[in-house]
Structures are given as C-alpha cells and as structure tokens.
Design a protein around this ligand. Structure first.
Ligand code: PLP
Length: 427
C-alpha cells in the first residue's frame, strides 16, 4: 500500500487538506520496528520521542501486533452493552500489576483525565459531603492534562485556552512544586489535588523533592483525593512503574494511557480503590469503545511485555547512564540537563535560538525528537532500546549540542511562504 510519492507531496497534501493544528518535523514516516523508523525516502532514524511515550515498548512490538491482529479477526467491538472475554482479564492483570482494586477503561488520555475529574467530584459530593456544585480541584501551573474544553480551561498555557472559552469552573491553579501554596488553598470543598509527578509537556520538570509526599500528607489531612496523571510518566518511563514511586507515595486515583497499548491502539484508564470507584453506578459514565476487546487484549500484552522484558529496569539503568553522559558535556548554550529514567530534558539558553533547530539538526543525523516548551529537547526513546543504540544516539546528540553554535540561529532561512512554495514544488 505504498504510494510512490515524495516527502514534499505528502506534506503538501497534509497542508492542503488537513487542519493546521500541529507543526510536525518535515519527515514522513512509513515503517517502524523497535526503536527505529523509516521515512518514505528510505532514510532510517532512531525514534527518541516514542510518540510521547505511547511507544515505550518499541514500534510494532511483535507480541502486541500478534495479539492485536488475532483479536481484530476474532472480535473487535461488543460495546459495553454486552460483556467480552478480554475485559475481565485486563482488569485483573492491571490490578495485580499496580496494586489498585479497580479499573475504569477509556480510550484517550484526555478521556481518562475527564473520568478522574468526574470520579473526584462525585466522591466529594457522595462520600465527603461537599455541598452540591461547590467541589474544587487543585491543579498546577505548567500542567498538561489533555485538550478537552474542561481540561484546557485549567491550563496555564495561553495558547491552549485562547478562543475556546467559556470554561468549566471548579479548578484552582497553584504554582507547581509549592506545597505551602497547596496548604493555603486547602478548604473543606477541595475534592482533589491533581498532579503530574513529573511534568512532561511542561519540559520534563521534576518538582522539588518532598513535594509529592507533602501533597499526600495534605490531601490525607484535609480528606481530599490525590490524583496522579501518569499518562506520560507512567508504565516505566522514569525507571519505576509509576513516577510517584520515586517519592514512595500512593495516590488515590492514577490516570494512565499512552504506553498502556504500546502505541497500537488508544487505551486509557483510571485506577482506584473501592471507596472511589464505588461512586460509579450503571449509567453514570461510559464510552462506546472504552474497554473493547481489542483494547483489552492489546493492553494485556502491552503490560505483560513491559514486565517480561524488564523495560522498567532498562529505563532506570540506561537512563541513569545517558543522564550522566549528557550532564558532563561542555556546551555553553545548554542551561540544564535533567531527567528520570529514559526521560531526559535538555534545556537550552534562549540565545541558542530555540530547541527546534537542534531537533532539525538531529533529524539530519538520523535521530527524531521534538522540542517542548520552545527551549527544551525531550529525549524519550522506547524503553527496550539497547545500550549500543543508545550510545549511537548519544554520540550524535553530543556532537550536535557541541557543534551547532547558537550563532547559526541568525543564519538566513527562506521565509515561511517561500519554504512552503519550495516544499510544494518538491524542492
Ligand atoms: C498525553 C497526555 C495527556 C492526554 O492524552 P491524550 O491521549 O493525548 O488525550 C494527558 N496527560 C498527560 C500527562 C499527557 O502526557
């Protein structure tokens, strides 16, 4: 099913017919295997984004592909009007892996975040007895929890909100990492504190040590729920199964997605114990595709290979090694290198001219990654990357970071209109 079209032709099609709500690198991928991907011109790249950690298990993991194709051929969708023979096993295996009592499955991350918000509010009214319509959820600035109108309503990113109001009330944004601010904001109407234990889209921001523990203590003290959004950080990315384990806490609700399917299919879920999950009764909440047999079968395989192939351990080990090497490089425009596991943010000084040109230079070297928050290069390869492949990437990364000078940012580039025209002409 290949089409013999050029990169420029594919890009021109997307530009002509698609909404322009993304600014991708100009690479058109057609095939992936493990850590490696190939573009339509036959160039090979090491994928250091892994679809924002959805592909932690590597591209087209054979065990996942096998389960998906077999399940699709046998039974794809029942709806939750009927039961299917995969869902119960998925619940059981996920609960046994994570130590939570119950699962509520959805499809995308944003839907699971919405599900957590609903669970927290309903718990607040039915269990905590917050007066109707008064429940508050405390969130943090620089957060990323998805793109629904409710979720962008409590984003601190102006662009994510601009033009999409009016927004859902009931959220308060506090400074990330500031436990005192949380203590001050606590009041009897607080249903939950929702946090990313490490902020991914925000630029791999690790909060001050003790912050998550303080959130756990404060929520306990004020009878509020602690909700951890582990959609990107979870399932091994940070060298632990969940990133909150770095502070030895146990949230009341855990939100997962992305790698829950290894990138083959949208699968998300919330995890909680009976007191919280018990607030849902038939008809309260649902999704046509949520918990479908393909999703359940693929997720079962996705979590099985994370464990069997020791991906969490590999992430911890190789991540520590990569972080050490990157921290030791001598490049004056690198402001900070930080990370946990195979999740590393390289923050550049503004005079470097933005992380995107470094990502474009890395693309020419055969490495795909994506800037986040203008000045941060995010590294997040699949968790089963080999030491050899990681070294291959580090060598090129270090070369680009040390040789691509900030000065080159000033080099003239064709204007955007001209670039697009050249692109459309296939130049
Ligand atoms: C990606 C992400 C989401 C949203 O997931 P979608 O599947 O894109 O809706 C929510 N929270 C975090 C932390 C994420 O990284």
């Amino acid at each position: 099913m290949t089409n013999n079209m050029t990169t420029a032709e594919y890009i021109a099609l997307e530009d002509r017919y698609g909404a322009h709500n993304y600014h991708p690198l100009d690479v058109v991928l057609t095939r992936g295997e493990g850590c490696w991907v190939w573009d339509v011109e036959g160039n090979k790249y090491l994928d250091c984004l892994a679809a924002y950690s959805a592909v932690n298990q590597g591209h087209c993991h054979p065990a996942l592909v096998k389960v998906l194709t077999e399940q699709v051929c046998r039974m794809a969708l029942t709806s939750r009007a009927f039961r299917n023979d995969q869902l119960g096993l998925f619940y059981k295996e996920l609960c046994e892996l994570t130590g939570y009592a119950k699962v509520l499955p959805m499809n995308t991350g944003a839907e699971a975040v919405e599900t957590a918000i609903k669970a927290a509010r309903k718990w607040a009214y039915k269990v905590k007895k917050v007066p109707e319509g008064q429940a508050e959820i405390l969130v943090f600035d620089n957060n990323f929890h998805g793109r629904t109108t409710t979720i962008v309503g409590f984003s601190s990113e102006e662009q994510y909100r601009d033009g999409f109001g009016p927004f859902t009330p009931g959220f308060k944004i506090l400074p990330y990492g500031d436990a005192d601010a949380v203590a001050k904001a606590m009041n009897p109407n607080v249903a939950a504190v929702m946090v990313e234990p490490i902020q991914g889209e925000g630029g791999i921001i690790i909060p001050p040590s003790g912050f998550l523990k303080a959130l756990r203590q404060l929520t306990k003290k004020h009878n509020a729920l602690l909700v951890a959004d582990e959609i990107q950080a979870g399932l091994g990315r940070t060298g632990k199964l969940f990133s909150f384990e770095h502070e030895d806490i146990r949230p009341d609700i855990v939100i997962i997605g992305k790698a829950l399917s290894g990138g083959l299919y949208p699968v998300s879920a919330i995890l909680a114990d009976d007191e919280v999950m018990g607030v849902f009764h038939p008809g309260d909440h649902g999704s046509t595709y949520g918990g479908n047999p393909v999703a359940a079968a693929v997720a079962r395989a996705a979590i099985r290979v994370i464990v069997e192939e020791k991906m969490v351990e590999n992430s911890a080990e190789l991540g520590a090694y990569a972080l050490k090497r990157l921290k030791s490089i001598d490049a004056p425009h690198v402001k900070e290198v930080r990370g946990r596991g195979l999740w590393i943010g390289i923050e550049l000084h503004p005079h470097a001219g933005g992380a995107r040109r470094y990502c474009e230079a890395l693309q020419r070297e055969g490495i795909l990654c994506k800037e986040t928050h203008t000045h941060v290069i995010r590294l997040a390869p699949p968790l089963n990357i080999t030491p050899e492949d990681l070294d291959w990437a580090l060598e090129r990364l270090i070369r680009v970071l040390t040789t691509l000078t900030p000065l080159e940012a000033a080099a003239p580039k064709p204007k955007k209109g001209l670039r697009r025209l050249l692109g459309a002409l296939g130049r």
